[in-house]
Design a protein around this ligand. Structure first.
Ligand SMILES: [Zn+2]
Length: 406
């Protein structure tokens, strides 16, 4: 393996720099003005020229399903969404009919995500009494297989309803099989017992010392009540900072004063909100949440599955959609998007993990608006995606890994 890579002429903050990446540690070495990085002359050092491409931190997709998409499969026509139970049954039937394993399909989606510059994901994996923890077991192996290039947080997700499908026992199996987060879905709409459903999630959280991430589509003040109880239970369990509510459409359906009051409770309980930035329905008021100090993250959620044929796994595009939806056109607004979709600052620092991408853009706000293709994607210092990796861009970079070796 290469010991170091020097990437020359990388645009950072309007200037050009040379980045040195230490391969053994996967971290940045020196970051110096362009032309000042001195090659060691060693044969196991590689020198690349970014020729003014912009540095961006790698993307973190905080809500995605590795086990329920149809990527790489023949097109499967969807049915209209009439009732939730009907849709749940349709999904079960569609997934059961797929000829490929969960692991095979997870590899396909991870490959797509890496190509777009995503190096960390939180994935919700189905658990129910029929499939047991079999999906979780396969994804735990995938987590290990991709450890060097992709950080994967696994949420055990009782898609059919935690109480509705009597999934508590199998959720325990799933937690033992490698999930780090307890999931849940619609304590009112599916489980029809808001408090009992939430309490069951937090009982699992306590038993396995796990974080909690709830799928919540329950609307308006019903949803607000649910989130408020979720925040209370987070504090009571001492889990502040380790819990999140995904979707939370209700925060965009109630009057602004009501969502602001709940935002203040979320801030004080340190509960995060995770959004897939829907454009077909109300969504949380992200600008209000940020103004109140709530942590907000974005994710792709469904990509070509039984629920939706849309999505391409490009989280930079999803961030751009959020900024456009909220009318964020000034630089300060555009820049505030990056903490929602990345884990790093906009400037690399020596010693930090070298997860980054290079794009053709003048600055990060331009990149968010224009969504340029990824010229190069590095994870832990290794070139793993983008045009350089595909071999159609700058010709000096040869792939270090292939699908077979990761
Ligand atoms: Zn989801």
């Amino acid at each position: 393996m290469m010991k170091a890579t020097i990437v020359r002429n990388v645009r950072i903050g309007g200037q050009l720099f040379d980045l040195t990446v230490q391969q053994e540690t996967g971290t940045f070495g020196e970051v110096v003005p362009a032309g000042q990085a001195i090659p060691s002359g060693s044969a196991d050092e590689r020198i690349l020229d970014a020729a003014g491409l912009l540095y961006l931190p790698a993307l973190h997709d905080m809500h995605i399903h590795l086990d329920k998409h149809f990527l790489g499969e023949p097109w499967r026509p969807l049915q209209p969404f009439v009732t939730l139970p009907g849709q749940l049954a349709f999904e079960k039937q569609q997934l059961a009919a797929l000829p490929t394993t969960v692991a095979e399909r997870a590899r396909r989606l991870i490959g797509l995500l890496l190509s777009h510059g995503t190096t960390k994901i939180r994935t919700h994996i189905d658990v129910d009494p029929v499939i047991g923890s079999s999906h979780i077991e396969q994804i735990a192996q995938i987590q290990d297989e991709f450890r060097d290039v992709m950080e994967i947080e696994i949420v055990a997700f009782p898609q059919q309803g935690l109480l509705r499908s009597s999934s508590i026992a199998v959720m325990k199996e799933a937690m033992r099989a490698g999930a780090a987060y307890v999931g849940g879905v619609d304590p009112a709409g599916l489980d029809r017992q808001v408090d009992r459903s939430l309490e069951a999630m937090f009982e699992l959280s306590a038993e396995f010392n796990a974080g909690v991430d709830l799928h919540l589509h329950d609307p308006s003040h019903l949803g607000l009540y649910t989130i408020s109880r979720f925040a209370d239970l987070t504090v009571a369990a001492g889990q502040s900072g380790r819990t999140a509510v995904s979707h939370a459409y209700c925060l965009g359906q109630v009057p602004e004063a009501d969502s602001r009051a709940l935002a203040q409770q979320l801030k004080s309980a340190d509960v995060a909100i995770i959004t897939s930035v829907p454009i077909d329905r109300p969504m949380p008021r992200v600008d209000q949440l940020l103004a109140e100090g709530v942590r907000v993250y974005a994710g792709s959620d469904n990509i070509l599955d039984a629920w939706s044929p849309f999505g391409n796994g490009d989280l930079l595009a999803r961030g751009s959609r959020l900024a456009e939806k909220f009318g964020w056109i000034i630089d300060g607004d555009l820049l505030q998007m990056y903490p929602l979709i990345t884990g790093g600052g906009l400037v690399p620092a020596k010693g930090e993990r070298a997860d980054f991408m290079l794009v053709s853009a003048q600055n990060p706000q331009h990149a968010l608006a224009a969504v340029p293709r990824r010229e190069a994607v590095f994870s832990k210092g290794r070139l793993i995606g983008g045009q350089w990796f595909e071999g159609s861009g700058i010709g000096s970079a040869k792939p270090e890994i292939t699908a077979e070796t990761v």
